[in-house]
Design a protein around this ligand. Structure first.
Ligand code: AMP
Length: 282
């Protein structure tokens, strides 16, 4: 596995790789890798000849009072995990490499960001779309792999690819979980012991919503109220949002129908966790 810190070296290697008509798969991450990230690599390996992973904690997508400084980092461990997973090229730029000057422009996302994390974290998806567009231009992948754990991000990147005519395919991959159901996340290490014990109630409440829908409940408000009660009884952090929306349009529905996302964000003392499930209601 090659470890590359500059854009120039990255582009030289990609050019060589593409001479052989190799399909390039790309897995962008913020590091502190876990099996969720590695499952994206596994998928990329199945479908591509050459797998690029990036590790970059992007300051542009963090708000002023968010956890940019606290975001866990461990490059030694990450590079070992990436190597063992079969990543061919690990791109590890620093902030100056990615943003050598104060940027003169950025991508503004104005559809599908009035809900969920777009609402709670103003400007977050502008930062995501901007860095992802930059990375896409550097790596020029044939296929890019993103986790459905960040389903709103997948919806935004889908539109980024469409609106800027990028020639690549986005692949949304399933959420990997701990044995007790908690979605794997780099931020889980910032939970206290007690918070870690109660955090699986996020996924349990999503399962409760699924059960209600399977049993015929279609009213979004009723399901939402039950989930709030469930989470409050299980004293699991403070609810940032619980929303039931159409997916990938991310529109409110009174009566649920079609493809629906149930998404939760919970604020703990030093970590904000998100999770969701997408259900196709026939
Ligand atoms: P992050 O490093 O958190 O920005 O995540 C990098 C990529 O890994 C994103 O596409 C995430 O959606 C994906 N990812 C994060 N957690 C998981 C998980 N538990 N299962 C599958 N993919 C994940």
């Amino acid at each position: 596995m090659k470890i590359i810190e500059t854009i120039q070296e990255l582009q030289t290697i990609i050019k060589e790789v593409k001479k052989n008509e190799s399909a390039v798969g790309f897995v962008p991450t913020m590091g502190f890798l876990h099996e969720g990230h590695l499952s994206l690599v596994e998928q990329a390996q199945k479908e591509c000849d050459f797998v690029v992973m990036s590790i970059f904690v992007n300051p542009l997508q963090f708000g002023p009072n968010e956890d940019f400084d606290r975001y866990p980092r461990n490059f030694e461990r990450d590079s070992q995990l990436a190597k063992n997973a079969g990543v061919d090229l690990l791109f590890y730029p620093n902030v100056t490499e990615m943003y050598p000057k104060e940027p003169a422009m950025k991508v503004i996302v104005h559809e599908g960001v009035d809900v969920l994390c777009g609402k709670s974290r103003p400007g977050h998806f502008d930062g995501v779309a901007t860095v992802v567009l930059k990375l896409f231009n550097m790596v020029t992948p044939d296929r890019a792999y993103f986790g459905m754990k960040d389903a709103q991000q997948v919806a935004v990147i889908e539109k980024l690819i469409r609106d800027f005519n990028l020639q690549m395919t986005l692949v949304g991959c399933p959420t990997l979980r701990e044995e007790d159901g908690l979605a794997k996340s780099s931020r889980n290490v910032n939970l206290t012991e007690n918070e870690r014990q109660v955090a699986p109630s996020i996924y349990k409440s999503l399962q409760l919503a699924e059960e209600l829908i399977i049993n015929g409940e279609r009213q979004a408000e009723i399901i939402k109220d039950k989930l709030i009660k469930y989470l409050e009884q299980n004293r699991s952090g403070n609810i940032d949002y619980i929303e039931l929306l159409s997916y990938p349009e991310l529109k409110h529905q009174k009566q649920l129908e079609g493809k629906v996302i149930i998404a939760i964000a919970q604020q703990y003392s030093k970590a904000r966790l998100i999770d969701n499930i997408v259900i196709d209601i026939k």
